[in-house]
Design a protein around this ligand. Sequence first.
Ligand SMILES: [Zn+2]
Length: 805
Amino acid sequence: MVFTTQAPSTQRNTQRVVPRCTPCLCGELFHRVWRGLLALAVLAGPVAAQTNAERILSEADTRSHDYDLVHQRIEAWGFDWDSLAFMGRVTTTAVCRRPGLDRIVLDAGRMLEVRRVTQGRATLAFDRPGDSLIVRLQRPAGFGDTVRFVVEYRGRVAQGHGLYFFPAEPGRRGRQVYSGGGTDGNPNWFPTYAGPEDKETWDMIATVPADLTVVSNGRLVADRPAPGRTHAVHWAQERPASTYLVSLVAAPLVKLADRWRGVPLAYYVAPGDTAQARAVFRMTPDVLEVYARLAGEPFPWAKYAQVTVADYFGGMENVTATTMADWLPDRRAELDAPWYREVLIPHEAAHNWFGNYVTTANWANYWLNEGLAQFMVGQYWRVKRGDAAAEDAYLADYRDYLEADGRRRMPLASLRSNNIYPKGSLVLRMLRLELGDQRFWAAIHRYLERNALGSVTSADLARAVLDATGENLSWFFDQWVYAAGHPEFSVSATYDSTARTLGLAVVQTQRDTLPADSTGLRYSVPEVFRGRVTIRVGTALADVVRELDLRQRAETLTVGPLPGPPTMVVFDDGNRLLKTLAFAQPTDWLATQLQRDPDPWNQAWAINQLGGRTTDSAAGAALVRAAAHLGDATTRALAAEALARFPAPVALPGLEAAVRDTSARVREAAVGALGGVGGPGALALARAAFAGDPSYAVRAAAVGAVAELDSAGAHDVIATALATPSYRSVIQSAALGAAVRTADAGTVPVLEERLGDQSLVALALAWFAQHGSDAAREALARHRDDERAWVRRWVAEAYRRSGLD
Ligand SMILES: [Zn+2]
């Protein structure tokens, strides 16, 4: 799964051994002693808290269930868009894994009205506690026996829980219904086993109105006309997969067929989107080709479809039929490196191997699905565009990770971990650097091959590394997977000009202070992260490079004698470690590093340091040089952004160059920075960018900058921008923000005209109504009964959220 929480305008890329019983005498003795110790501990008080590593490695988060799901035939018909209801019949085949099994417990959302359960001719009794369906078998089954029973029900869902129903809105979209899938969606619309570790095959037979295309998993078996101007469409998923990957989409879609190495590919899109869709999805065969080559494992499925649906948050890797948002970037949006292309398509494609083929055994190891998929995005771009592009992707992950870690510090492998995407990606990046390219991919290949169509925990990845490379990386998994946090370095440097040596004091300042939760589980943060950092000391003559093995919280290192005084000191050359770094340096060192260090991540660090020195003209000059001339667009953009806090005479020369950059991303950053710099020169540049730049994102940034620089005179730009169509309405959204910030009630007539564009327009009108605009209040009232259903919905929503009335 992947989604974006960023506003469209900025959518950039974002072992310890537990006691185990062995079948030998000493094992048995050990077990008895262990049990005795446990009993003593119970007598003495609460059992000692469990560590996260113990919990994850013991698979405490994998559910027990006493049957093996083999196959389900899922039939659904009679979809009713008014009541969010349908009729369902599910035939379940399962193998019993307990002698005398007399009941089968399935997950089934409480809103499903189960009407009848039958086994052959017999009607079975059943119970419905909570979100479970307990089927009482006709007679107890033996270990290994196969049972088959049919559940008939009337399905009803809460919108978005299991299924999404969207009624037709003529002029905007046709009616559609689709499943959400994911970690808890599917049992809300059909009875099944929800855990990811029990894989099955399935048939999906959906009967829907004839104008709707049905897409599901696997192979299309039949599509037959049915009574009442409907058709019955039958799909078969013939290789086992987890039930959270079951998908049903019924929507007015057309299919664009493609092919790669004999694998049928399909892009299902709204009829009006076909030209755009060809351009957007044409990267798919290449993405699959790169992944198959890197992973050394052929594509495992019967087909790969990407299915676009309305009002979706991002993408869900439903097996062989990924569900995706329908906001396809248009040609102009391509200038802004759209998230859809940069992240969404390659991330979801990676799930064909990582997640769908080899699947986490429980949600506490979910990072194996999501971290690997996110990591592969950077690897795809590394192959296509080079290392710097990969590092750009990982730099975006780094920012997302720090933000998540700042909210709550959690290990990568833990239930509901908040950092599985970005930290997972970054930890795999480190693993690749630790092992080297060849050994890393050999380990990944081993992981996929050994666990094909199966389920895994983090220990299986460590084991694959061990088997493929002979490298025992338990220390790596302990600190990066089972423990939380990252090293927080505080570094200081002292140069001895007599001895010509540089002394470095390196301290890890992170603290292991996370509290235990109510179950006694406490996440630990290593007081010492192990690893190796390379230190590069620049001088006027040559660089001196030294390695430091991290073994203690505080380390010292003397580098030298040096050929001359240091001109820069790069801590962690090549940026091998996930970390934060506090290292106060003279401005000229930072400026030199910014100029010379090719790593975009280290450059970003230097920019951040320089950006805080707003009264230091040398810092400003270094940023101006970087914004205007450095090779990497991300670096130029970050330098331009940092200039926002500098005085106009310092910043403007850099921003003037950056607003003419060939990269829209740099221009966007520069135009955004103009708002902070101020003055007539900045205003002229911002207005020119709004009038003439081809990029949506740059023009959106320009609206904000003009409003910030000249709130009294921005009306023309805001009004024009409100009526300017753009990908995901980024220009209009920027204008709505600007209209509210400048309290420009003169925009109310334009807002009323644009009510049909997006829900934010009604909210902006509500804001003006709340702030005394009778015109806005009247405009909203006029559209309560708008003939367009979606406008009525948005207006009602605006009333509700603003508390008007
Ligand atoms: Zn994903």
